[in-house]
Design a protein around this ligand. Structure first.
Ligand code: SF4
Ligand code: SF4
Length: 368
């Protein structure tokens, strides 16, 4: 659907839902909708990003297809979220990466792996394929300075691009005249960290099928906290390095313990999410390349990280490390143009919802 058509369809649905209001206890979208009598394109983009596609409103709706009203909120909001990500992408000429995300992510990661293997092997020569042990062993494969510069630049670029995209989204869809207050941050952080609205109003999402289930919420938790632990492991390792203790580290060290716990979380979470996605009802939940490619990339990051850990004392370490670094670089450079942006826009939408809710006389949203 063209952008104008998605907006028009989302507006049509919200007008019907605002008259019906049956789903007001399912999530934050319906109480936020009830605060409005009409829906601008900005409002609709905000509501779409408040939705996490749990499917409850579709499976409980008396006007869902084959009814002639053809109400399918999760599917239309999914399309509108995709339009929002592309609309605010920075730089704008990379916005098409959202539409062809599976291909873009796959090509970027494959090229990154090839570049690391070719350049890494050329830099370290035949020694790359020897077993290296002891402090600084990884830097015999890729020099320390080169690793710091490459990953520092990639990480800084990803943060900058995502910050600009979020700023654009907030300026367009944020609460007019309101800055993000500490209490809005607190509320949005709690709602995001606990996945508060991923319970379908109590029994769980009607995902992957019509039977309510908490499985998506749990796998999402594994993935999110697994990613957070891996990030924490990288930060601690950087601190160790700065203090003069270069990698690799013993099994019982903080970076390895944190990274292993995070890696297990990523493996369990991403495989679980991919498995339930494969069984999901395609009427409300379209299978987009963006979801699948991000999950596969996270899984690949974790698996290649474990391979480096398990085989770091063997001759395979050099090649495994180069492939792992290529995958991580692919993850970094595609972060602003894939599913990761959903987490940031959703946080901004939850923050706006917290502001709206605080302005209500009773301070609470109806039905939630
Ligand atoms: S999704 Fe259907 S049941 Fe729910 S509020 Fe909208 S029209 Fe009513
Ligand atoms: S799909 Fe779930 S989160 Fe989205 S509007 Fe419907 S009930 Fe709310």
């Amino acid at each position: 659907m063209a952008s104008a058509d998605v907006i028009k369809e989302a507006e049509r649905l919200m007008v019907i839902c605002n008259a019906c209001r049956y789903c007001e206890g399912h999530c934050a979208v319906f109480p936020a909708m009830e605060l409005r009598l009409s829906f601008s394109a900005e409002d609709l983009r905000y509501l779409a990003n408040l939705c996490h596609g749990c499917g409850s409103c579709f499976h409980h709706c008396q006007y869902a297809p084959p009814h002639e009203f053809n109400v399918n909120v999760p599917r239309v909001f999914d399309e509108l979220r995709g339009e929002t990500y592309a609309r605010h992408a920075w730089p704008s000429f990379l916005a098409p990466m959202f539409r062809r995300n599976g291909v873009a992510t796959g090509v970027a990661t494959a090229l990154s792996c090839i570049a690391f293997v070719v350049v890494g092997a050329a830099l370290s020569g035949s020694t790359a394929l020897r077993a290296h042990e002891g402090p600084g062993a990884f830097y015999k494969v890729v020099p320390h300075g080169l690793m710091v510069v490459l990953f520092g630049l990639a990480f800084a670029y990803a943060i900058f691009a995502m910050a600009l995209a979020c700023r654009r989204f907030w300026r367009e869809s944020g609460e007019p005249g309101h800055r993000l207050s500490a209490s809005a941050h607190r509320r949005a952080t709690f709602d995001s960290a606990s996945l508060r609205y991923l319970d379908g109003g109590g029994d769980g999402c009607t995902y992957p099928t019509e039977t309510p289930s908490m499985s998506r919420r749990w796998y999402h938790h594994f993935t999110f906290y697994g990613f957070a632990l891996c990030f924490a492991a990288t930060c601690v390792a950087a601190l160790y390095d700065w203090l003069g203790h270069p990698a690799p580290y013993p099994w019982w060290s903080a970076p390895v313990v944190l990274g292993s716990a995070g890696g297990v979380g990523l493996v369990v979470g991403t495989i679980g999410l991919l498995a339930i996605k494969a069984r999901s009802d395609t009427a409300p939940f379209p299978r987009t390349g963006m979801d699948v490619s991000f999950l596969l990339l996270l899984l690949l990051t974790s698996v290649t990280g474990f391979l480096v850990l398990f085989f770091r004392a063997t001759a395979a370490m050099g090649m495994l490390l180069l492939i792992h670094l290529g995958v991580v670089m692919g993850l970094f450079v595609t972060l602003p143009y894939g599913k990761f942006i959903h987490g940031l826009f959703r946080y901004a939408a939850l923050a706006r919802y917290a502001i709206e809710r605080s302005k209500k006389p009773d301070g609470a949203a109806p039905g939630v």
